[in-house]
Design a protein around this ligand. Structure first.
Ligand code: PEP
Ligand code: MN
Length: 272
């Protein structure tokens, strides 16, 4: 089937070679597998410091953690804000990890970019065009999550907004889509990985945590993602998932599970 494409800069037709984004020596989109690990939300300096230590010890390269959380309900915990950015930057620096955090509004882009190495656009904001346009004006790498009801074409057009603004550093992320199946929180679309690799030159990361919503499914879907060609993974891990401040404890790995998964993944692809 011939799909007419409205995006250009994101297309492989335009840019045949794989894009490799290098951040302080860590390459995303090359031959090595990149692992981003950490809690759903930054909760305290002690929490993020301990999790950073465990991510590093397991061989991960990037610390994830939300300071601004896009919650479905307005009464749910919304994240600790700028203080969380500061705590995560400190933990990343201390343990030698890059950091990634979600930014939800154009006004917060500059401050998030000051503290984090990669900015995450969440699934609910994939078509927040003002946010995408603002992210196009900086050079900080952006991990763009696929909207949970977005087609590949809509996803790549969202990437195009950032690229067209002048920021070439876009990383795609498949994080699961909404289907009729309630057993899993989302349905991780594994075919998106090789499909997007065909359509686009941009690196692609898989999120088996939000993609399944169930801890026991993270390991098999992480491995399947790597087998399908993912350049890396973003995985929730928590030292005390049952008491985490967002509902995402149920999908968060325990530290020993995270470490065991990275050990296994090394057999599939080098984690450098
Ligand atoms: C997250 O990474 O914690 C998150 C909120 O992700 P998503 O936007 O994919 O739901
Ligand atoms: Mn989460």
């Amino acid at each position: 089937i011939k799909i007419s494409k409205s995006y250009k800069l994101a297309s492989r037709d335009f840019h045949p070679d794989d894009t490799v984004i290098e951040i302080k020596g860590v390459k995303i989109g090359g031959d090595e597998l990149v692992v981003m690990g950490g809690p759903c939300a930054v909760e305290s300096p002690e929490q993020i410091d301990e999790i950073a230590r465990l991510v590093k010890a397991a061989g991960g390269q990037i610390l994830r953690g939300g300071a601004f959380k896009p919650r479905t309900g307005p009464y749910s915990f919304q994240g600790i804000g700028v203080e969380g950015l500061i705590m995560m930057a400190e933990a990343g620096r201390k343990h030698g990890l890059l950091t990634i955090t979600e930014v939800m509004t154009p006004e917060y882009v500059d401050i998030c970019a000051e503290y984090a190495d990669i900015l995450q656009v969440g699934t609910r904001n994939m078509q927040n065009f003002d946010l995408l346009r603002k992210l196009g004006t900086i050079k900080t790498p952006v991990l763009l999550k696929r909207g949970f009801s977005a087609t590949y074409d809509e996803f790549l057009n969202a990437a195009e907004y950032i690229l067209a603004g002048g920021n070439p550093n876009v990383i795609l992320c498949e994080r699961g889509i909404r289907t009729f199946e309630p057993y899993t929180r989302n349905t991780l679309d594994l075919a998106a990985i090789p499909s997007l690799k065909t359509l686009s030159h941009l690196p692609i990361i898989s999120d088996p945590s939000h993609g399944t919503g169930r801890r026991e499914l993270v390991e098999p879907m992480a491995k399947a993602s790597v087998a399908a060609g993912a350049d890396g993974l973003i995985i929730e891990m928590h030292t005390d998932p049952d008491n985490s401040m967002t509902g995402d404890g149920v999908q968060s790995l325990f530290p020993d599970q995270f470490a065991a998964l990275l050990k296994d993944l090394e057999k599939l692809a080098p984690i450098v």
